[in-house]
Ligand binder design. Structure first.
Ligand code: UDP
Length: 236
């Protein structure tokens, strides 16, 4: 089978990185992500990645302990850099060259985000991980993922979650929840489905960027999505 996409932007959840832990990075999860990314690179697909920071810190939860939102969001963006570096390390251990580009300049740690440079890395078969979100507070890494995808002309955003697609209600709480095979951006927004925040969804819609939501905790699923198998939900 041939991959149906040439260049993908994979959005990985920071929260899922915890695995069964309460906090931080579970080596099993990060190795599984790295292996799945390697398998996709070996199909000849160009892979860019955005990883969240929810396993370490979220700006909104900082407010609960008296940290102002902007400071908390800066902390959250730094958390995504920690995850990005851990993921880079895991992917490079498998022999795949990887670059981290940061939305907040930190030249001793990573390259700054430069669109053309990112595209060049991708063309050379390097995995590019975009850390530090958009570089701005009040955004999420979902929005950062869509923004970077649009900037680098990715064919699709593939969002990894803990459930296998988009449901009409929370499938964990409601056993009768119904899964969508396809859904439109407008429906996602109107029904207020918790897929991505509204900023990310509108950015996808305005730029006609397809989005696929699927379960990444089952190994091999990223490859299946890239090969066009119908798993998860497609938003068009
Ligand atoms: N964040 C931000 N601007 C961005 C992206 C992220 O301020 O462009 C901060 C925000 O505080 C967010 C945190 O980084 O809560 C971690 O990202 P997110 O919650 O999206 O991670 P995930 O849910 O994927 O683990």
């Amino acid at each position: 089978m041939e991959p149906v996409y040439k260049r993908i932007l994979l959005k990985l959840s920071g929260e899922a990185l915890m695995g069964e832990q309460e906090f931080g990075i579970d080596s099993k999860v990060i190795s599984s992500y790295a292996k799945q990314i390697k398998d996709v690179v070996n199909l000849g697909v160009e892979v860019a990645v955005v990883i969240g920071g929810g396993n370490i810190f979220r700006g909104l939860s900082g407010e609960e302990i008296g940290i102002d939102r902007v400071t908390g969001d800066h902390m959250g963006m730094l958390a995504t850099m920690i995850n990005s570096l851990a993921l880079q390390n895991a992917i490079e251990k498998l022999g795949i060259p990887t670059r981290v580009q940061s939305g907040i300049e930190m030249p001793k740690v990573a390259e700054p985000f430069i669109k053309r440079r990112a595209q060049r890395h991708l063309e050379k078969g390097r995995v590019v991980i975009f850390g530090a979100g958009t570089g701005n507070p009040y955004f999420t890494t979902d929005t950062a993922a869509v923004l970077r995808a649009v900037e680098i002309n990715a064919d699709v955003v593939i969002k990894a979650t803990k459930v296998d697609g988009i449901y009409d209600k929370d499938p964990v709480k409601y056993p009768d929840a119904k899964k969508y095979e396809t859904i439109t951006y407008t429906e996602v927004l109107n029904k207020n489905l918790k897929v991505m925040d509204a900023a990310a969804i509108s950015l996808c819609r305005d730029n006609k960027l397809p989005l696929i939501v699927f379960n990444s905790l089952i190994e091999g699923n990223i490859e299946k999505v890239v090969l066009g198998e119908k798993i998860g939900t497609v938003v068009v």
